[in-house]
Design a protein around this ligand. Structure first.
Ligand code: NAD
Length: 544
């Protein structure tokens, strides 16, 4: 194992090897997320007064963070009842009144970001900069749907059955109450970026965040209510996925799920059984391609962000690096040097480059993938071990070489700070290897020739492709759809698709002057002959 990460971290900080942003130097999780804050936020959970409770722990320190009431399936029913009632008057408001709430939320979020950055860091263990990415994404979604919903949803005049005589409008109606299930890894972004378009379209939402990150979702709800959302329009229920998740799907008019492919399949099956639609944002095994003509410094910098943001616990994170053989040594020297220089840390301040994993389960998967690969012959270029000296769940950013297809780290989503390197000789080979996965979420291509980059993108089987960027270029393009192909999901968030999924299309056609049937003394045969002539004329006149 060529492991020098710890040494490099010591060099890169204060020379002592101490965690550069460790609690102790400044504010701590306990001082930022007090019992009073937890009690205030927990009032937003729909649960009985005598509900059972669950503790969450701060990943950075392992200390108890919050004790939260747990909703039961009966509470989920109550949440739907309240949401359904509130949805009626919310949907009756003019669209501009609803979108004004999103735009106020945008401003409040930017003003009060420090509150939520503390909560995100406390609940996930990520760095402040990675937490800030969530603020950025949530504010962008609020701005986009705040400004664009009226145009996405306006009634559209369509060609009628009979020109002039039939006046036809395509309208968009809210689905009703959306069941939204979200994971722990981007708790602000993933509670808000799907909920905001749902609200803008006139729906209510019953949201089940992951218990570990419920405080962040509750904070977002509180802020949206302050911005003008009627409180009952956003219900939050908290509890174990297998216990209350099925109840969330059971009562929903549409399901918006983000999480693992395994759970996504169960949710999809349950939704299909009820004949309600679902969008599923699932896992990935994302690839980054460094073509022979890439700017290697930029590619190395981008690859570090692509692989280690939020300690790799990012659905669009890169876990497979394909590098053209002619530049592989040079690229890897730069990439591993940058990776070694990353400062691991976990204080509630900017400064650290990579934070902690979120849970024992994540640490176990990451450790297992690395250990099994090494045992089977892979080489660790840097990283490769847990860092309990920094916090109970820290794991070094890790680069593996010599990974083969029989290793779990090659084919399964690790969802941690681990990337494997593969060399290729031709573009065809790189594209085929990148596509050799059932997943299809995100990819990244590095080349000085952007036209070539876009041509490669067209051959990649992923819902987003970033040319000369890690992931933020595509994800941040909120006017354009984001989601997965294959096992990475169904449906899209962002853009028109991201809001139209929360609506039912309704065609309203008004017939004038003549019925569409034999009339004015025409018998059936003459009526059919007349319409036959009419159809021919419509085609000749290029009528659509
Ligand atoms: P998970 O599937 O275990 O849990 C996701 C959510 O589903 C949680 O709220 C959980 O409580 C709930 N759940 C669990 N069992 C359920 C059931 N039977 N019915 C209904 N709900 C249930 O996923 P996770 O480990 O929390 O999250 C990580 C996964 O999410 C990774 O695979 C990651 O790639 C994926 N993810 C995808 C995106 C995306 O946009 N594509 C974004 C973030 C995360």
């Amino acid at each position: 194992m060529t492991d020098t990460t710890a040494d490099a971290q010591a060099r890169s900080t204060d020379g002592t090897g101490r965690n550069p942003a460790a609690p102790g130097g400044g504010r701590t999780v306990a001082s930022a997320v007090t019992d009073a804050v937890v009690a205030r936020l927990a009032r937003g959970i729909t649960a009985a007064p005598d509900a059972a409770t669950a503790d969450t722990r701060a990943p950075l320190t392992g200390e108890r963070l919050a004790t939260l009431p747990l909703s039961t399936p009966a509470d989920v029913e109550t949440a739907y009842r309240l949401a359904r009632r509130a949805q009626q008057s919310w949907a009756a408001l003019p669209v501009r009144r609803r979108t004004a709430v999103l735009l106020r939320f945008h401003d409040l979020l930017l003003q009060r970001q420090d509150e939520v950055l503390d909560l995100i860091q406390a609940e996930t263990g990520k760095t402040r900069l990675h937490a800030f990415e969530e603020v950025l994404a949530a504010a962008s979604a609020a701005r986009h749907y705040g400004r664009k919903t009226a145009s996405y949803l306006r009634d559209r005049r369509r060609g009628g059955a009979l020109p002039v005589l039939t006046h036809t409008l395509e309208a968009r109606r809210p689905k009703g109450v959306i069941g939204q299930i979200s994971p722990w890894n981007y708790p602000l972004e993933l509670s808000v970026s799907d909920a905001l378009p749902a609200f803008a379209a006139g729906n209510a939402v019953v949201n089940k965040p992951d218990t570990q990150t419920a405080l962040t979702a509750l904070w977002a709800r509180e802020l949206l209510v302050e911005a003008g959302l009627p409180a009952d329009v956003w219900q939050i229920v908290v509890g174990d996925g297998p216990v209350i998740g099925p109840a969330v799907v059971e009562h929903a008019d549409y399901v918006s799920f983000t999480g693992s492919t395994r759970t996504g399949r169960q949710v999809a099956q349950q939704a299909a059984g009820r004949l309600v639609g679902a969008s599923l944002e699932l896992g990935g095994k994302n690839a980054l391609l460094v073509l022979a003509d890439a700017d290697l410094d930029r590619a190395a910098e981008g690859a570090v962000r692509a692989c280690f943001s939020s300690a790799g616990q990012l659905c669009i994170s890169i876990e497979r690096l394909f590098v053209h053989r002619s530049v592989a040594d040079e690229f890897l020297a730069r990439f591993t040097a940058r990776t070694r220089a990353l400062r691991l840390g976990g204080g509630l301040a900017y400064g650290a480059d990579m934070g902690s994993l979120v849970s024992e389960r994540q640490l176990e998967t990451v450790t297992r993938h690395v250990e099994e690969a090494v045992k089977a012959g892979a080489t660790v270029l840097t990283g490769g071990r847990a860092r309990p000296d920094l916090g109970p769940l820290f794991f070094e950013p890790t680069v593996l070489d010599g990974v083969t297809t029989d290793m779990a780290v090659c084919t399964e989503e690790t969802f941690g700070p681990v990337v494997s390197v593969y060399r290729f000789d031709t573009e065809d080979e790189a594209v085929a290897a990148a596509n050799a996965t059932p997943y299809g979420l995100n990819s990244s291509v590095w080349t000085k020739d952007t036209r070539r980059g876009r041509a490669v993108a067209a051959r990649l089987h992923t819902g987003t492709v970033n040319v000369n960027e890690a992931y933020a270029a595509a994800y941040g393009s909120v006017a354009s759809p984001m989601g997965g192909m294959g096992d990475s999901g169904l449906g899209r968030r962002h853009g028109a698709e991201g809001i139209l999924r929360f609506t039912e299309a309704q065609t309203v056609a008004t017939q004038r002057l003549m019925p569409i049937g034999p009339s004015h003394g025409l018998d059936d045969q003459r009526f059919a002959a007349l319409l036959t002539t009419g159809l021919k004329a419509l085609k000749t006149l290029r009528f659509r």
